[in-house]
Design a protein around this ligand. Structure first.
Ligand SMILES: [Zn+2]
Length: 54
C-alpha cells in the first residue's frame, strides 16, 4: 500500500498515511493530531522508496 506524506495547515504537523488508491481518491484526510481536514499533500524529493529490492 502506498505511503503519502501530508502536512497539516492548522498545526503544521507532518505525518504519513498509508492509503489505498480508493481512499486516496476520496480525499478525506484528517490530521492525526488536531483532526483538521486542512491538510496538504507533501511530495518528498529525498525519501522516495517505491521499490524494495533486497
Ligand atoms: Zn493538525
Amino acid at each position: 500500500m502506498p505511503m503519502y506524506d501530508f502536512q497539516c495547515e492548522s498545526c503544521q504537523l507532518s505525518f504519513t498515511l498509508k492509503l489505498s488508491f480508493a481512499e486516496y481518491e476520496q480525499g478525506n484526510f484528517t490530521c492525526p493530531s488536531c483532526k483538521s481536514s486542512n491538510v496538504r499533500r507533501v511530495i518528498s524529493h529525498v525519501n522516495v522508496r517505491t521499490s524494495r529490492k533486497s
